[in-house]
Ligand binder design. Structure first.
Ligand code: UDP
Length: 469
C-alpha cells in the first residue's frame, strides 16, 4: 500500500487555536481518507485548560496524532505581561522541542508540509531546512490579517499611540477603525507585546502561504485588497468557516440543551465570553440585572471568577461556583426566565438550537463563525486581544450585530444591556442579513463552494508531492 502523505501542524497553548487547526486537519482526513497522516505538535504550559480540551482530543480520528510537548513554565514572567506575550514567549521556549520532534518525523515519513499557527512562526525556518512547504494557519478574520500584513507601513505612517490618533485608521480593504479598536497588542508602543506583534506580522511573509479560517463571501473586499497588494502579501487561502464538529458529551452540559428544548423558537439569548473572558464584579451585576430587566429568556455560561482584567482566566483553570458572584436573589427571581451554566457549554449545539434568538458574544473569531454558520444574530461585547476589531466588523462592517456602549466608568449598565438585547432580538434587518450570510457560509463549504475549492486545491497539491517522494 502507498505510504500516506504526512502533514505536520504546530499549534500553541490556546485551546481555540488548537481546535481550529485540528478541525482543518479533520476535514483533510475526512475528505481524503487514505491519503494523509497528520501530526500536531502542541507546546503546553503547566496550567492549560483541560476540562474542555480532553473530550476534543479523545475523539480525534486515528490518522491525527497529537504530540504534547513538555510544559513550559513562565512563572518568571510578570503578571502584567499581556496574554498574547505570554503565549508568544511560551511558544518561543518550546521551539527546540518542536524542531527535535520535526526532525524525527521527517526521517521516518513522507513529510511534505508544515502548517503553523501564527504565534509559532519560528517553525517556518525548520521547514526551509527540511525543504518542505510551510504555511501559516490564521484562525482569525481577513481584516485582522490585512492589518498584520500592512502593519509595518502603519507603524511608520502613524507615530502616536493608535488610540490617540485623531482620525480613523485605514487598513487596505477594511472598514475604518478607531485606533482604540485595534488589537490589545498594539495599544502601547512601549510594551513588549507591540514588538512581538510587529515581528509576528513580518513573519507572515516567510511562509509559502497563509491558510485562513474565513471565506471570500464574508470579507470579499478585504481578500481582494490583500491579493491586489501582492508585494506586501503572500498567497492567501480562505478555507472557512471551519467550526467544531465534535458531537456533544453526556454530562451536565446536556442540561442546557434540555432546557432549550422547552423554550419557544428564537426566544433565548445565549451569553458566553469564550474560553476565558472575565468581567469585574460590578459588570457581572449589571449584566445580570440587565438580563432580568429585559424579560427575555437567557442561557448564560458563567463559570469564571470576577476579575478586572478581562483575559485573567484565559490560561488558567479557576473553575468556580458562579452562583456566588450573582446579585442577591437573581437566581430565584429569574427562575423560568433563564438558565446559568457553570461549566463548558456545548456551544455549537446551543447555537444550532431553534430556541436561540441571539448570541451575546465576546467576539472570539470561532464564536463569530459558529454564530454565522447557524444564522444567529449577535450582540458584540468584545473584551481583549483582537476582539474589538472583530466587533467593529460585525457591527459597522457586516451589520449583523449591535455593540453596547460603556458608561464613563467603563461599565455597560443594565439599561444598555436591555437596549442591545431588545435591539438585536427585535431587528428584522439584522436577522435578514444574518440569514443571507449563513447561506453564503454554508455554500462556501459545499463541494463547489469557494472555500472547498481552495481546500481541495491545497490537498491535491500536497498529495501529489507526497506521491513523488
Ligand atoms: N466554547 C465552548 N464552550 C464554552 C466556551 C467556549 O464550546 O463554554 C468554544 C466555542 O464554541 C469556540 C471556542 O470555545 O469554538 C472559543 O473560541 P473563540 O475564538 O470564540 O474565543 P476564545 O476562547 O479564543 O477567546
Amino acid at each position: 500500500m502507498e505510504a500516506k502523505t504526512h502533514i505536520v501542524l504546530v499549534s500553541i497553548p490556546v485551546l481555540s487555536h488548537q481546535v481550529s487547526l485540528l478541525e482543518f486537519a479533520k476535514q483533510l482526513i475526512h475528505l481524503y481518507k487514505n491519503s494523509f497522516h497528520v501530526t500536531c505538535i502542541i507546546p503546553t504550559i503547566s496550567n492549560s485548560p483541560s476540562i474542555a480540551s480532553k473530550p476534543f482530543f479523545d475523539t480525534l480520528p486515528s490518522s491525527i496524532q497529537c504530540i504534547f510537548l513538555p510544559p513550559i513554565n513562565f512563572d518568571d514572567l510578570k503578571n502584567e505581561v499581556l496574554l498574547e506575550s505570554q503565549v508568544q514567549i511560551s511558544v518561543f521556549k518550546s521551539m527546540p522541542y518542536v524542531f527535535e520532534t520535526l526532525r524525527s518525523i521527517s526521517t521516518n515519513s513522507n513529510l511534505v508540509a508544515l502548517i503553523v499557527d501564527g504565534f509559532a512562526h519560528e517553525a517556518h525556518k525548520f521547514a526551509k531546512e527540511l525543504s518542505i512547504l510551510s504555511y501559516t494557519y490564521f484562525p482569525g478574520s481577513a481584516m485582522v490579517l490585512s492589518m498584520c500584513l500592512y502593519f509595518s507601513k502603519l507603524d511608520k505612517i502613524i507615530t502616536c499611540e493608535y488610540k490617540d490618533h485623531p482620525t480613523p485608521i485605514e487598513i487596505p480593504g477594511c472598514i475604518s477603525l478607531h485606533g482604540r479598536d485595534l488589537p490589545d497588542s498594539v495599544q502601547d508602543r512601549s510594551n513588549l507585546a507591540y514588538n512581538l506583534f510587529h515581528h509576528r506580522s513580518q513573519q507572515l511573509h516567510q511562509a509559502d502561504g497563509i491558510i485562513i479560517n474565513s471565506f471570500h463571501e464574508l470579507e470579499s473586499e478585504t481578500f481582494d485588497a490583500i491579493s491586489q497588494n501582492g508585494p506586501y502579501g503572500p498567497n492567501v487561502y480562505p478555507v472557512g468557516p471551519i467550526i467544531q464538529t465534535r458531537r456533544n458529551i453526556k454530562n451536565q452540559a446536556c442540561e442546557s440543551v434540555l432546557w432549550l428544548d422547552n423554550q419557544p423558537p428564537n426566544s433565548v439569548i445565549y451569553i458566553s465570553f469564550g474560553s476565558g473572558g472575565t468581567h469585574s464584579q460590578d459588570q457581572i451585576n449589571e449584566l445580570a440585572l440587565g438580563l432580568e430587566l429585559s424579560k427575555y429568556k437567557f442561557l448564560w455560561v458563567n463559570w469564571r471568577q470576577p476579575n478586572d482584567k478581562a483575559s485573567a482566566s484565559y490560561l488558567s483553570n479557576d473553575e468556580v461556583d458562579p452562583l456566588h458572584f450573582l446579585p442577591l436573589g437573581f437566581l430565584e427571581r429569574t427562575k423560568g426566565q433563564g438558565f446559568v451554566m457553570c461549566g463548558w457549554a456545548p456551544q455549537v449545539e446551543v447555537l444550532k438550537h431553534d430556541a436561540i434568538g441571539a448570541f451575546l458574544t465576546h467576539c472570539g473569531w470561532n464564536s463569530i463563525l459558529e454564530s454565522i454558520v447557524h444564522g444567529v444574530s449577535m450582540i458584540a461585547w468584545p473584551l481583549f486581544a483582537e476582539q474589538r476589531s472583530n466587533a467593529e466588523l460585525m457591527t459597522n462592517g457586516l451589520r449583523i450585530a449591535m455593540r453596547p456602549k460603556y458608561d464613563s466608568k467603563g461599565i455597560v449598565v443594565k439599561e444598555e444591556v436591555v437596549n442591545v438585547i431588545k435591539g438585536v432580538m427585535e431587528s428584522e434587518e439584522i436577522g435578514r442579513r444574518m440569514k443571507e450570510l449563513q447561506k453564503f457560509a454554508n455554500c462556501a463549504m459545499m463541494e463547489d463552494g469557494s472555500s472547498m475549492k481552495t481546500f481541495s486545491m491545497l490537498a491535491l497539491k500536497w498529495k501529489s508531492l507526497g506521491k513523488s517522494m
